[in-house]
Design a protein around this ligand. Structure first.
Ligand SMILES: CC(C)(COP(=O)(O)OP(=O)(O)OC[C@H]1O[C@@H](n2cnc3c(N)ncnc32)[C@H](O)[C@@H]1OP(=O)(O)O)[C@@H](O)C(=O)NCCC(=O)NCCS
Length: 413
């Protein structure tokens, strides 16, 4: 079903769906009017449920929508999937499997070449053909050591209080910035609202009043970057609070540098942290002491399920000319086959079925991991997750799939 929304409130079916989804994630019990407002934010999306008659409340939920996904050199429509939750009394009966299978089959019918999700758990989605495609990691900047190599600030920083004004500035910046990162996704209005205000269903739509939005404009006054941050720990006791970055997007290196300068210029702050940073953040190189920045373990971010291998491979661009044959295994039957990828026409790579010998044999989940260029096929070959059928093929594939910048999606959903 899709939510029917009247005057900012969703219908009873959507309210029941939202209540069930929150319960499965151990979320709060919200009043019906609040649930109706949460449900209204899902307008236009697909809500799936499994129902046990005569209970009108679903025992299992799944939500999805079409989102533009950046791929190297282009973009595709992806089926963004979330809200997979099963009532604690109904687990391990195949309900999550059923809803996901239904959703992926519908995406295939709609001609959507990939599905994406971020997961609460690491071992759940590979069985459904998803492969881990982007990673993120926490970085921590010690302000007592953070001195910028370039001491001269440029442009101007403006603090924007009202969420609608912040969105008007940050939205277009994000729309440009996300094209630089394979794996980045366009955001729904509800996702923007959550980023800018912190009001989400799990906290009963209470805004996070510690959030601030700062926009950086270049010398011409054009917004080229923004950061949303919040005070994580108070300064009262220590005078050295922690500032946490929720979202930082920049369309130019200068915008990136000046946003960091702004973050590091706060009085009363000792540390700036970012939980969902890319694995290749340049911030240590902005500073004269690398050790001002510590990097913590990488964690799984975006999982990608290839639904149409030829369409997805043809939608991205490649850094060199080669031709390689991939044999893809897909138990669900969405996109199995032996596909020849020929990149000699760099503007229009050709992908189609072939009877040629395979160079690389891999499950569809491994294809999902490597297709954006964020995971090296040689690493998967060493882990036994991808088979090199011709000598050096994993290396050839790695060079072919290399992305212009490290895949990154800084927002879980
Ligand atoms: C995770 C969850 C959705 C699974 O639902 P479910 O209906 O019990 O799952 P199914 O019975 O359809 O199981 C599907 C497969 O996943 C496996 N699986 C289920 N839960 C799993 C878990 N937490 N970790 C790893 N594997 C899991 C099952 O063993 C089964 O595998 P198999 O078919 O290969 O034997 C459910 O337990 C839940 O709602 N958890 C809390 C919310 C949550 O974390 N959701 C995931 C959001 S990303």
């Amino acid at each position: 079903m899709t939510p029917r929304v009247t005057e900012g409130s969703a219908d009873a079916g959507t309210v029941a769906w939202t209540r069930a989804m929150l319960a499965a994630f151990l979320g709060p019990r919200l009043d019906t009017d609040l649930l109706a407002r949460v449900g209204a934010g899902l307008e236009g999306q697909r809500l799936r449920g499994a129902y046990a008659d005569p209970d009108p409340s679903p025992v299992a939920t799944l939500r999805s929508w079409d989102a533009e996904l950046t791929v190297p050199g282009g973009a595709v429509t992806a089926d963004a999937v979330t809200g997979i939750g099963v009532r604690s009394t109904h687990r391990r009966r195949g309900l999550a499997r059923r809803l996901l299978a239904e959703d992926l089959a519908a995406a295939v019918r709609a001609g959507t070449p990939a599905a994406v999700l971020t997961s609460t758990q690491g071992s759940l989605y590979e069985r459904f053909g998803f492969g881990l495609a982007t990673l993120s990691r926490t970085i921590r900047v010690d302000m007592t050591r953070a001195r910028f190599r370039d001491p001269v600030p440029r442009g101007t920083v403006e603090l924007v209080d009202r969420p609608d004004a912040a969105l008007a500035l940050a939205g277009p910046v994000h729309a440009r910035a996300r094209r630089r990162h394979p794996g980045a996704l366009a955001r729904t209005p509800a996702q923007w609202d959550a980023v800018l205000t912190g009001a989400v269903a799990h906290n009963g739509l209470e805004p996070d009043r510690r959030r601030q939005v700062a926009v950086w404009r270049d010398d011409d006054g054009t917004p080229a970057g923004y950061v949303v941050h919040r005070l994580e720990e108070g300064w009262y006791a220590t005078g050295a609070a922690t500032l946490g970055i929720i979202d930082l997007q920049a369309t130019t290196p200068r915008a990136y540098q000046e946003l960091w300068r702004h973050l590091c210029s706060h009085d009363l702050v000792g540390t700036v942290t970012w939980e969902h940073a890319s694995v290749d953040e340049p911030v240590p190189w902005l500073l004269d002491d690398h050790r001002a920045v510590t990097v913590e373990g990488e964690r799984a971010m975006l999982w990608l399920r290839v639904l149409d291998a030829p369409a997805l491979l043809a939608a991205r661009r490649y850094p060199l000319e080669d031709a390689i044959v991939l044999e893809v295994a897909d138990d669900a039957g969405h996109t199995p086959g032996r596909w020849r990828l020929d990149t000699h026409d760099r503007l229009a790579p050709a992908v189609g079925p072939t009877r040629d010998e395979a160079d690389v044999v891999l499950p569809v989940s491994a294809l999902g991991s490597v297709v954006l260029g964020g995971v090296d096929p040689r690493v998967l070959a060493r882990a036994g997750l991808l088979e090199e059928a011709s000598a050096g093929a994993a290396g050839r594939l790695a060079r072919l799939l290399a992305a212009p910048s490290v895949p990154w999606n800084g927002l879980g959903f």
